[in-house]
Design a binder for this molecule. Structure first.
Ligand SMILES: [Zn+2]
Ligand SMILES: [Zn+2]
Ligand SMILES: [Zn+2]
Length: 255
């Protein structure tokens, strides 16, 4: 299984529109962050986590020609708004990839993209015809992989992370419920929310994320969903050896 982090930035992306701060002006490619999304390749099949606001750009950049399934963590726009561009895969594959989302996220998708789920208003417009599969906290099998939803707290919301084998993806969280920790035992690679240096009501700060990483104790942790408070080179120097900052395009292989 190959995992590629297609985006590692917070909801605005980095650089942020119109910002002239030193991180937005940084020439280090690791300080350029599209909105968060993950591509998982396994036995010639592709699974995507979230259709980010930069979905189209990410698919073009990584030359993705097929997509068999999409998992959603939650319904915030930075994770969802590429949804309409799923149509490209529908055209290519003659079948849209199935989307897996929890109840509130699926309901939000139906509301936000009502033109795709209600009665057709006009023929010929090319609607996304996406099978929406509602999941709960129970593990399920998808394309030969065991997907374990990991409940997370994101401010006042209850959202999902995912564990697949030795890999776990926990974006957008400010707390991990006690009951989720046993789901995270024996991990190899953890990708964890670490928004910025200062505390935030809906995301782990970098120092909070380091404490969580130390408790979960995977072989390696990569922090993601970072904003323009985080200069890659400088911040990484201050982290423990087993915690690194993710960057767009980072990929790794897992058994
Ligand atoms: Zn900035
Ligand atoms: Zn969010
Ligand atoms: Zn987000």
């Amino acid at each position: 299984m190959k995992v590629t982090l297609l985006g590692t930035g917070t909801s605005t992306g980095v650089p942020m529109i119109g910002c002239g701060c030193r991180i937005c002006r940084s020439t280090d490619p690791r300080d350029k962050r599209l909105r968060v999304s993950v591509l998982i390749e396994h036995e010639e099949r592709n699974i995507l986590i979230d259709t980010s606001a930069d979905f189209r750009q990410q698919m073009l950049l990584h030359k993705v020609t097929h997509l068999e399934a999409i998992l959603y963590t939650h319904s915030h726009n930075d994770h969802l708004a590429g949804f309409d561009d799923i149509r490209a895969f529908q055209f290519l594959m003659r079948k849209a990839p199935a989307c897996y989302a929890d109840g509130p996220t699926a309901a939000h998708i139906r509301r936000t993209f009502d033109y795709a789920f209600g009665a057709a208003t006009q023929a010929g417009g090319g609607l996304p015809e996406v099978p929406l599969v509602v999941i709960d906290e129970q593990p399920f099998d998808l394309l030969g992989l065991r997907i374990i939803p990991v409940p997370l707290i994101h401010g006042m919301l209850s959202i999902l992370g995912f564990r697949i084998g030795g890999f776990a993806y926990l974006t957008d969280c400010s707390e991990i419920p006690e009951a989720s920790f046993p789901l995270l035992e024996g991990l190899d690679t953890l990708v964890l929310d670490g928004l910025r240096h200062k505390p935030h009501p809906t995301h782990f700060s970098i120092s909070e994320a380091v404490l969580v990483a130390e408790r979960i104790a995977p072989r390696i942790t990569y922090l993601t969903h970072m904003n323009h408070d985080v200069l890659h080179k400088q911040t990484e120097r201050e982290l423990p050896e087993s915690v690194r900052l993710a960057y767009d395009g980072l990929s790794f292989n897992l058994e």
